[in-house]
Design a protein around this ligand. Structure first.
Ligand SMILES: Cc1cc2nc3c(=O)[nH]c(=O)nc-3n(C[C@H](O)[C@H](O)[C@H](O)COP(=O)(O)OP(=O)(O)OC[C@H]3O[C@@H](n4cnc5c(N)ncnc54)[C@H](O)[C@@H]3O)c2cc1C
Length: 422
């Protein structure tokens, strides 16, 4: 049949799925990966367990993306969470659904996901070139013609799928060369910034509390005018500030506020289930029951032990004071701190420490129905290098797999179309 050669660059989830789909449609596919193995970031994902997708319904799913979610409608129509689940199940991988509808391999090992993808690449006869980087793409009449690799090899092709990822966790291979090439070819790259990233605080007490996780708390971030309220969940203190699921989820918005030059602070509601009045009643009761005990000891009934010392210091009350000596004003202060422990946000951690890169190839430059560039014919994009990003929970992988699938299919079908026309 003399199939067209399709070259996929980047052996992450997006590139692997693109190569598998194009090859399953009978195309001659070559996958180029600069590492000596595939899926380096995938192996780190979900703390080594790989949260590969989420079972939310389509509308709730799209809401977990920043503004750009609508762009993915066509990709999700083509290949969504249940399709991905079936893809793995049909190839023998058991999956399990955990809290918040997160889907993991039942083995709890990311490597099981990678093994299925590798087997499928092999089965579909995808050629893989390792330890080789894409250096450049050559264009003629706005169409892909050939590409240059780091070993000096030039490959002729009129279909390239770029899936080189973002620029976070660069040691895994995603260092942005694909984005630079796309830019040189005339695409707009929207500002690259960290997403799902820990935050640094002005106050130093998080360092003293490093490693402590506060459960069932709620965060309120402020920028002077606007505020965002988190769900109820966990906060982790780190050596430089705060992290944990609630912080990571809201960090994209906070980074945008900081980039606007806003003064941003957060208030930690340590007792979100209780109103101020209920908390007042609770404290009054505790103080009555334990009237001869010290404040420090009584607060241990309300707060994690490690937090108590710092909390009392911030309240500026002597920890050894007996609770029957705490006056009304001091009790009010304690309540206000329990409902809003304050931290000033200085900045986000650097992008290399972010779980994802926000920004990338502008959505205006990509046809959402095919993933083909609107500028260069025969050039397709997939995965994190596109300007889409989502919350934690398996949404980013699904976007990578779905855009990869669609790009692979579009490149393959357009090859047949070209041949029919020729
Ligand atoms: C610690 C961590 C945990 C995560 N956990 C989850 C999770 O559980 N669930 C989830 O949904 N998301 C998770 N993510 C996000 C997810 O890993 C990414 O969104 C996803 O890997 C993006 O896939 P991709 O294929 O677009 O890019 P990548 O996975 O980054 O793959 C890009 C590939 O391209 C290669 N490459 C780059 N440039 C070149 C070049 N010039 N030539 C040849 N090859 C090149 C790279 O070596 C790399 O292998 C996590 C991210 C991190 C950092």
């Amino acid at each position: 049949m003399g199939a067209e050669k399709i070259i996929v660059v980047g052996g992450g989830p997006a590139g692997m799925m693109a190569a598998i789909r194009a090859a399953s449609l009978g195309q001659d596919v070559t996958l180029i990966e600069k590492n000596h193995f595939l899926g380096k970031k995938l192996l780190l994902s979900g703390k080594g367990r790989c949260n590969l997708t989420n079972l939310s319904d389509p509308e709730s799913f799209l809401k977990r993306f920043s503004k750009s979610g609508q762009f993915l409608r066509d990709a999700f129509k083509k290949f969504f969470n249940q399709d991905l689940i079936n893809f793995f199940k049909n190839r023998g991988l058991e999956l399990k659904v955990e809290r918040q509808l997160r889907v993991f391999p039942a083995t709890a090992r990311a490597n099981s996901v990678l093994e299925v993808l590798k087997k499928e690449l092999f089965k579909n006869k995808v050629k893989i070139i390792y330890k080789t980087q894409l250096r450049d793409i050559f264009i003629q009449d706005n169409k892909v013609k050939k590409l240059l690799l780091s070993d000096g090899l030039i490959l002729a092709t009129n279909k390239i799928i770029l899936a080189t990822g973002g620029i976070s966790f660069g040691f895994t291979g995603s260092t942005g060369e694909g984005l630079a090439i796309a830019k040189r070819l005339g695409h707009t790259i929207t500002t690259l910034r960290p997403g799902l990233v820990p935050l640094e605080t002005k106050q130093k007490y998080p360092k003293i509390l490093e490693g402590l996780t506060l459960k069932n708390i709620c965060l309120k971030f402020f920028d002077g005018q606007r505020q965002i309220l988190s769900d109820i969940g966990e906060l982790l203190f780190t050596s430089f500030g705060i992290s944990g699921p609630l912080v990571l989820s809201l960090s994209g918005q906070i980074v945008d506020w900081l980039n606007e030059g806003k003064y941003v602070y957060v208030e930690i509601d340590l007792k979100p289930a209780l109103s101020v009045e209920q908390l007042n009643a609770r404290l009054t009761r505790e103080f009555k029951l334990n009237s001869k005990k010290t404040l420090k000891n009584v607060l241990k009934n309300l707060l994690p032990k490690r937090l108590v010392g710092i909390f009392v210091e911030i309240a500026d009350i002597k920890p050894t004071r007996k609770v029957n000596q705490i006056n009304r004003e001091e009790r009010k202060k304690l309540i206000s701190l329990l409902k809003g422990l304050h931290l000033d946000i200085l900045q986000a951690r650097p992008i290399k420490e972010a779980m994802i890169t926000r920004g990338g190839v502008s959505l205006k430059n990509i046809n959402p129905r095919t993933m083909e560039s609107r500028i260069i014919k025969g050039l397709y994009f997939a995965g994190e290098m596109i300007d889409v990003d989502a919350d934690t929970g398996g949404f980013n992988f699904q976007a990578a797999f779905s855009t990869g699938y669609l790009a692979g299919e579009s490149a393959a079908l357009s090859s047949y179309q070209l041949k029919a026309e020729g």
